[in-house]
Design a protein around this ligand. Structure first.
Ligand SMILES: C[S@@+](CC[C@H](N)C(=O)[O-])C[C@H]1O[C@@H](n2cnc3c(N)ncnc32)[C@H](O)[C@@H]1O
Length: 195
């Protein structure tokens, strides 16, 4: 199911956190691939009910859990409280902007979110603003037909072309089960100056 340009319905949050996904895609496994350091500030953009957020917070200094849906953020807050994780800040975005300072984040992660984002170029410019110069943007999408409902298959080369057109450079594309993990850095010297 595609939800491009719309918030994923919170009524379908059970599709994102259930025993089958936990068995097949344990959140600690994917997060373990990201080399998060204890001093890192990480943004989980499109955090949904917090499936990955809790695992990120166990490794990072601060985690910003960002979503367009207030209901999803409530679910993520409940999960953080149940797991007694306190280094997460929850932010509702308007879908395009995030209330964070320039160059303040080490890693921005989107797991099965990028395909839902309506105005990708605007959002990528916002990511470029928020990321530190050495920061990483990590896009995870389903690239092989998946058993899970709600995650349409994406073409990784098309994703690369689109994201590289917005001041990022692909460093590595790593397959992980049916997902592709695309690691981007900010491209040097390609930032647009305002007139
Ligand atoms: C398919 S869910 C993935 C949730 C989580 N990343 C996971 O893998 O379990 C997509 C989430 O992205 C959020 N979302 C979609 N477009 C967004 C946008 N432009 N800004 C912020 N959140 C967005 C939806 O509300 C939803 O919670």
């Amino acid at each position: 199911m595609s939800h491009k340009g719309e918030a994923y319905p919170a009524s379908e949050a059970f599709l994102l956190d259930n025993p089958r996904r936990r068995q097949n895609y344990p959140p600690s496994e994917l997060i373990g691939e990201l080399n998060i350091s204890p001093d890192n500030v990480v943004m989980d953009f499109g955090c949904g009910p917090g499936y990955y957020t809790i695992e990120i917070a166990k490794k990072a200094k601060t985690t910003f859990a960002v979503d367009i849906s207030p209901e999803m953020l409530e679910k993520a807050k409940d999960k953080a409280a149940k797991n007694e994780v306190s280094n997460i800040e929850f932010l509702q975005s308007d879908g395009k902007h995030v209330q964070l300072s320039d160059a303040s984040v080490d890693l921005i992660l989107l797991v099965t979110v990028y395909h839902e984002v309506g105005e990708n170029d605007v959002v990528l410019a916002e990511f470029s603003r928020i990321l530190k110069p050495s920061g990483r943007l990590v896009i995870v999408e389903v690239i092989k037909k998946d058993i899970f409902q709600g995650a349409p298959v994406q073409n990784p080369e098309k994703l690369q072309t689109e994201i590289e057109a917005s001041s990022f450079k692909l460093e590595q594309m790593q397959p992980y089960k049916n997902y592709g993990i695309l690691f981007f850095k900010k491209a040097v010297g390609t930032h647009k100056r305002s007139l």
